[in-house]
Design a binder for this molecule. Structure first.
Ligand SMILES: [Zn+2]
Length: 378
């Protein structure tokens, strides 16, 4: 009732209250102010403080909730996932299938459109649609992609190309080489660029378009206008054999992209969590999760120093149907069990940090992520 009292009447009221009544009034006002501040925190609208300039979108390929929990079980220290103030779940089904593949899920995340399995950067009706990366470039942002798989693999392809068939690697690589919106590319898969059926050399095409193209990260100077490291013919080796490529490439990309006054968009993929789970190889999974965890910490450290940065970590789908069981049923041991060599239809976890992060909590659709980012970004 006090909120209906006009200010002058409120002053009059205060002057005529005894001590006990005044204490009651103050306690009511305190509770009201706590309720108001809580409801403001949970309100999913953007304000100036909720408008990030930079966005880092990180995708753990095949990283379901059990994969995130598996890391927690083997880690002595808190994992990077504990650093996120907001989390939620994304619905992953594709336009065509209850169980999505990486192409359709990547496309939903990258373009906001549900599509058929095997298609990248296109609607289910085969209409090419712009990706978040391209739209961010249109807003003056520098853009980057960092992965440990082929550059033309489904997830990066969803952000950089348009094709009805994710397996047309040479066509996808050609589109990537000619993508005007991309500034930084750190990946594998060189064979689709320079060992092609058409005998073309896409690395030369890129050099003609202001790209500096290298074989390894240490060659990057940092002042190139556009810079690519295509570090190997195929996927990069497994973690930990490939060393610190993913965290180091991500750190380098952040350094380069953050020189742009208008901000940047960076997509980072923990690409081989998926490979590990397809192989039902829990040791490989843990090494890939540790590598992704280290990379997330690199990004969160950057975001803490640059508070105009929104960080979202999610997955395209779960792979392997991973469950964590006690084989003896006594709650004393844990053992990783895979129930399939394929994908499974479960929620993809979503973690968000930075301005606007509250928009990504609760249950959302993977195709809503792009729109939510575009709505709040400066
Ligand atoms: Zn995938």
């Amino acid at each position: 009732m006090f909120f209906h009292v006009k200010i002058n009447k409120f002053d009059y009221l205060c002057e005529n209250l005894n001590d006990n009544e005044m204490k009651r009034l103050l306690s009511v006002l305190m509770v009201a102010s706590i309720l108001l501040s809580t409801s403001c925190k949970n309100t999913k609208t953007s304000s100036a403080d909720d408008s990030p300039k930079n966005v880092v979108l990180m995708i753990g390929d095949g990283m379901g909730v059990a994969q995130v929990y598996s890391l927690l079980l083997v880690s002595e220290n808190p994992t990077s996932f504990m650093r996120f103030p907001y989390s939620g779940y994304a619905i992953t089904r594709s336009f065509s299938n209850e169980i999505t593949d990486s192409a359709a899920a990547g496309t939903a995340i990258a373009t906001g459109h549900k599509t058929r399995n095997h298609m990248v950067g296109m609607t289910a009706d085969s209409v090419a649609v712009p990706s978040l990366l391209s739209l961010m470039s249109g807003r003056g942002k520098k853009t980057g992609v960092v992965v440990t798989c082929h550059a033309s693999q489904a997830t990066p392809a969803a952000f950089l190309a348009h094709n009805e068939d994710r397996k047309k690697h040479e066509e996808i690589a050609a589109e990537i080489a000619n993508n005007e919106d991309l500034d930084v590319l750190f990946a594998g898969g060189k064979r689709h660029f320079n060992e092609r059926k058409d005998n073309g050399d896409l690395l030369e095409v890129m050099r003609d378009s202001d790209w500096s193209v290298y074989d390894s990260l240490p060659q990057v100077k940092g002042d190139e206008r556009r810079v690519a490291v295509i570090a190997g013919r195929k996927n990069l080796p497994k973690a930990p054999v490939r060393g610190e490529f993913l965290p180091d490439a991500t750190r380098k990309a952040l350094e380069i992209l953050s020189t742009n006054d208008e901000g940047f968009f960076l997509m980072v993929e923990g690409s081989q969590i998926d490979e590990a789970c397809h192989a039902n190889d829990s040791a490989y999974l843990i090494e890939e999760m540790k590598d992704f965890d280290k990379t997330i910490n690199v990004v969160l450290d950057f975001a803490e120093k640059n508070p105009n940065t929104l960080v979202i970590v999610t997955a395209d789908h779960e792979t392997g149907g991973l469950t964590i069981i006690d084989p003896e049923g006594k709650y004393t041991k844990t053992e990783f069990k895979f129930s399939t060599r394929s994908h499974s239809p479960t929620f993809a976890p979503v973690f968000a940090f930075g301005p606007g992060a509250a928009n990504f909590s609760g249950i959302i659709d993977n195709s809503d992520i792009m729109g939510k980012i575009l709505e709040i970004v400066k």
